[in-house]
Design a protein around this ligand. Structure first.
Ligand SMILES: [Ca+2]
Ligand SMILES: [Ca+2]
Length: 545
């Protein structure tokens, strides 16, 4: 007995000084090969919030097995890639951006074995999987920060950003980003709205771009970068097809004035891109809200979300001529590596598309056609393909993050056999996969038809963007690749309209690829043709050689 007590005391003394339960060892490069064909990433993607997608075990929370069971829907729809919001262990128990382990799966989502099976099953369907990597910060309850915050000289202290006094002059989106260790509650869950203030005379401040619950890493410490590079390889070695890199313009700060989008952050982003693309057929897309096109450049991230453009597309879909002009202009300059979207999981990027167009199906379809037929990689937000509405009355971003509408079941929308963790969409009875699959005029079948065009006409997936013209509520452009030329015509207006097509081959026949029943057009000796467009309509024509 005495011996046993002694052993217990020994064990606990060791535990108190042991390394944290986090593996910070290097991860060498493993198998670099890809299961997917070159160019797979030029297909359309679906952004998926695993918590809200499909629940496989009735606990009311979506999980990886539920997603794996849903892959046939995604294949049938015609998406070629999926972006998973964070699936790693986290402190928030919701969106997952407050990471507590960069190399393991959130337990409510499943296991690494479930992840491996998801990758296998997705690849078997020709679908690539990328996931969020939240590199700028950890959760405040990450084991490394829990050690670091104990004071100067603590283990992992230099992995985060510290100041002995409160730095002056800082303002990040209206908030002061330095937090007193002594003033924090350390038990945050979810979003932190009200920042605890530091008592007078406080020492020991840490830096958090996004709030006290998410301390920034110190990327001037080579060990921090090495750890994250190892973590990226950890997932790539398992067959992951790439990453959506979160908040990369915030990796490195230089001063109270120079904190956003510093040259050092761009250089570091390029280093991350190079590591990822050192593996075969991998892809990267960055969240860079202030200067999206700079990060879409191959010299920085090589792919970036086209923040701001989605709203212009929706305005065009409502018939606003200035926005129609913006639709004609955007891809004249923007890199085709931009990632276009109409809404995402963040409310600052807009409400769900259904709510942006007040439930009107015609402009909904025109907005979808616009980005699915332009250059760039379309990122469809889960549920968008059935016109899923947001859930009013929930705080923050939650209206955008409700369970996927699979069936007309009023209580669960087919998302779970249990009780959903969050209310289902108010229009789930009509706007769900099961109901819409049976309706040829549904939003779902419209998305399928346009994605089929994208998947069967290489000029739409990766052709150049030419001869774009806006005229009132009508826009047209051409997509060209090799011998293939496709013409896209959209009339956002409520009246029928004429469109003059130019810069086409002389005496050519233009066959209608969408809608299939429309008659062909002929160009004249000057390579021009006139088209008559029905109100709120889209037509895709293929030049017959
Ligand atoms: Ca579950
Ligand atoms: Ca930072």
């Amino acid at each position: 007995m005495k011996h046993a007590l002694h052993l217990i005391a020994l064990c606990c003394a060791l535990a108190a000084t042991a390394q944290p339960a986090i593996d910070t060892r290097d991860v060498p490069v493993g198998d670099r090969r890809s299961a997917l064909p070159a160019g797979w990433e030029q297909g359309a993607f679906m952004e998926i919030f695993v918590r809200a997608y499909r629940d496989s075990d009735g606990d009311g929370i979506g999980d990886l097995r539920g997603l794996t069971q849903s892959l046939d829907h995604l294949k049938d729809l015609g998406v070629r890639g999926i972006w998973l919001m964070p699936i790693t262990k986290n402190a928030d128990g919701d969106h997952g951006y407050a990471t507590t382990d960069f190399r393991d799966i959130a337990p409510e989502y499943g296991t690494l074995a479930d992840f491996d099976e998801l990758i296998r099953q997705a690849h078997a369907r020709g679908i690539g999987v990328i996931m969020d990597y939240v590199i700028n910060h950890s959760a405040a309850s990450h084991p490394l920060f829990e050690q670091a915050r104990k004071g100067a000289g603590a283990p992992y202290r230099d992995w985060f950003v510290w100041s002995e006094t409160a730095p002056t002059g800082w303002d990040i989106w209206g908030k002061y980003p330095w937090y007193a260790v002594s003033a924090q509650p350390w038990n945050w869950t979810g979003e932190v709205q009200d920042m605890p203030l530091a008592p007078p005379g406080t020492k020991d401040f840490y830096f958090g771009t996004f709030g006290p619950h998410m301390p920034d890493f110190n990327f001037r410490n080579p060990a921090v970068l090495a750890y994250h590079l190892g973590s990226l390889r950890f997932w790539l070695n398992r067959g992951l097809d790439g990453f959506r890199l979160d908040a990369v313009p915030h990796l490195i700060e230089n001063s109270a004035q120079d904190w956003n989008d510093q040259p050092e952050s761009r250089a570091l982003t390029k280093q991350l891109q190079d590591l990822i693309k050192g593996y075969e057929h991998r892809t990267v897309v960055c969240e860079a809200t202030a200067e999206p096109q700079a990060y879409g450049d191959p010299a920085v991230c090589g792919g970036a979300f086209a923040f701001g453009y989605g709203q212009r597309i929706v305005e065009a879909a409502r018939g606003e001529p200035a926005a129609v002009q913006a639709v004609a202009d955007y891809y004249r300059k923007a890199s085709p590596t931009m990632a276009t979207f109409l809404s995402n999981h963040d409310i600052f990027a807009g409400r769900r598309l259904w709510d942006q167009v007040a439930g009107n199906v015609a402009p909904y379809k025109l907005a979808a056609a616009t980005y699915l037929l332009q250059p760039g990689t379309p990122y469809i937000y889960y549920g968008e393909e059935v016109g899923q509405a947001g859930v009013d009355g929930l705080p923050g971003d939650q209206p955008l993050r409700s369970p996927m509408s699979w069936t007309a079941d009023a209580a669960s929308a087919g998302f779970t056999t249990g009780r959903p963790f969050r209310p289902v969409a108010p229009n789930a009875a009509t706007n769900n996969v099961s109901t819409q699959a049976a309706d040829p005029q549904s939003i779902l079948n419209f998305y399928k038809a346009l994605l089929k065009l994208r998947n069967t006409l290489p000029s739409i997936a990766r052709g150049s963007f030419e001869a774009s013209v806006a005229d009132g509520t009508v826009v047209s452009w051409q997509r060209r690749l090799g011998d293939e030329t496709t013409v896209v015509l959209i009339n956002y207006g409520l009246q029928s309209a004429e469109a003059e097509l130019k810069a086409l081959p002389a005496h050519a026949t233009l066959l209608s690829a969408f809608p299939a029943a429309a008659p062909p057009l002929r160009t004249d000796a000057a390579g021009s043709a006139r088209a008559t467009l029905a109100p709120q309509s889209v037509q895709v024509l293929r030049v017959q050689r």
